[in-house]
Design a protein around this ligand. Structure first.
Ligand SMILES: Cc1cc2nc3c(=O)[nH]c(=O)nc-3n(C[C@H](O)[C@H](O)[C@H](O)COP(=O)(O)OP(=O)(O)OC[C@H]3O[C@@H](n4cnc5c(N)ncnc54)[C@H](O)[C@@H]3O)c2cc1C
Length: 460
């Protein structure tokens, strides 16, 4: 006798949802994804993929504008064709969503395009349909937070999801919010040719990131002509025909052609039946989950931005997969956040993994920290840039690599070596004995490890 296939229903087709669907299908479950706005989710259609595509073009602009220094005559300043750029971005995002839809179809995952909600124990409402489920995964994502008094109009006052509908490049862009999203768009638009003013309510940009990296990027921003207004909280944004005026708390007003709001995200957990079924939310509306993605209700799991655990596509996908492994009775390791590698795609990029210098400074971890500037790296000199550094953190007791920061072009690729070291608990000695290509930026990682070998370990 064959057992009936387990029925899985997933609300939301972003990385939290579709990666879970693929795992569940692989394990033989009968899987349905209910998604309202297109598979791939906000990640593919409006957030991660479009922004990184925009940044590829801004990186190319930076290279072109450095060309003269590399001995290339370009015959003038390169300029951006905004309509073509935005068309490329939206085409690419749609194609990526299409690829995911095709993968789901190939794995026999059913996709229903509708708004869904929990309708009772083991029941999901999808438009007019009721679906029975042995396990449910909620992966409905999050929405841009809106400042009261600064409501977007989609033309001059914008969230990042509305940028790609513009027909021209903002001439004078005011970015409100200096977290990861604000820093990435400020960096990109400045390279594309906009005049950028970054309004930050904090002392420095990227207040939650490695302090050396954040200070470094702020210095780069200023040196390239960006206006960075620190400790300046935006109170309201007003549109006057072709311009915007941002009123700050201290009474000043900043004017520009467009204003981009990057002041955080709110979870999409309203009207999805959490109250009716008893799924617990925290004070900010995020779904409470444990490290195997279980909510407060048996058989209901949650993954991704709607949980607020760590708003990264890679984390959403891992939470979704873990939920399915758990629901379908597979062996599963709980989610570990201390080894997550992340990148801020400014120019240069900031990539991080593992223990932070803040944890060391605050006495939570005993580690030696070494920072090596890229200015002396031969490959960096050849490529014509001098900005950036590699930082390694190693245990004072065992010499194990505990974490690292890379600030460099394509740091997102370079961080893998440090990630492997952290994950596999390699010592600085083992990293130092690993061959790096000469000349290469990764040579600075092994050099930093060599410098860290030269210490006497603390007694156990
Ligand atoms: C500008 C920006 C850049 C980013 N860049 C990166 C990056 O470079 N790397 C990285 O790792 N992360 C990045 N992120 C974060 C990443 O985009 C998110 O962490 C990721 O999208 C979370 O995936 P998710 O599945 O939880 O939600 P989403 O991707 O938001 O998908 C949720 C899906 O659920 C659907 N949905 C919502 N409610 C319902 C409902 N009631 N019924 C049916 N469907 C519903 C939505 O339509 C959507 O399709 C970025 C975020 C932003 C804002």
């Amino acid at each position: 006798m064959t057992l009936p296939r387990q029925k899985i229903v997933i609300l939301g087709g972003g990385p939290g949802g579709y990666e879970a669907a693929l795992v569940a299908a692989q394990l033989g479950a009968d899987v349905t994804v209910v998604d309202s706005d297109g598979v791939g989710g906000a990640c593919v259609l409006t957030d991660c993929v479009p922004s990184k595509t925009l940044i590829e073009t801004s990186n190319a602009m930076t290279l072109l504008n450095r060309a003269a220094g590399l001995g290339i005559a370009t015959g003038g300043l390169a300029t951006v064709n905004a309509a073509r750029l935005y068309e490329r971005i939206t085409d690419l995002a749609r194609a990526q969503s299409g690829d995911i839809a095709a993968r789901l179809a190939a794995e026999d995952v059913k996709v229903i395009t509708a708004k869904g909600s929990l309708a009772g124990p083991g029941l999901v409402r999808a438009g007019d349909e009721q679906l029975k489920a042995d396990a449910i995964l909620i992966a409905t994502g999050a929405l841009p937070r809106i400042l009261p008094g600064a409501e977007p109009d989609g033309e001059r006052i914008l969230t990042w999801r509305q940028l790609y509908d513009l027909t021209e490049l903002p001439r004078d862009l005011i970015v409100i919010g200096s977290g990861v999203t604000g820093a990435e768009f400020s960096s990109a638009y400045q390279a594309l040719g906009s005049r950028v003013t970054l309004v930050s309510s904090r002392d420095r940009v990227l207040p939650n990131e490695d302090e050396d990296a954040a200070n470094h990027i702020e210095e780069v921003f200023r040196r390239r002509g960006m206006t960075v207004l620190g400790r300046s909280r935006a109170r309201s944004v007003r549109r006057d025909r072709d311009s915007v005026a941002v009123a700050l708390d201290d009474g000043r007003t900043v004017t520009g052609s467009h204003c981009l709001l990057t002041v955080g995200m709110i979870p999409r957990t309203e009207h999805i039946g959490c109250d009716e079924v008893g799924v617990k939310l925290d004070a900010r509306g995020f779904i409470e989950v444990d490290r195997v993605s279980r909510t407060s209700v048996a058989g209901v799991y949650a993954a991704g931005d709607c949980t607020g655990v760590l708003m990264l596509a890679s984390v959403a996908a891992m939470q979704g997969r873990i939920a399915m492994w758990h629901a379908l009775g597979e062996a599963v390791s709980p989610l570990r956040l201390d080894h997550v590698a992340a990148t801020i795609f400014t120019d240069p990029e900031i990539a991080t993994v593992g223990v932070t210098q803040r944890a060391v400074n605050e006495g939570e971890v005993r580690a030696r920290v070494l920072r090596l500037l890229l200015a002396t790296n031969p490959r960096a000199k050849m490529a014509g840039f001098t900005e950036g550094f590699v930082k390694l953190l190693a245990s004072r007791r065992t010499g194990e690599v505990l974490g690292g920061v890379v600030v460099a072009p394509r740091a997102s690729e370079l961080i893998l070596a440090v990630s492997v070291a952290v994950e596999q608990r390699l010592t600085v000695e083992q990293l130092a004995h690993t061959f790096a290509v000469y000349p290469s930026l990764s040579g600075s990682i092994t050099e930093a490890a060599r410098k860290l070998m030269d210490f006497t370990p603390d007694p156990p």
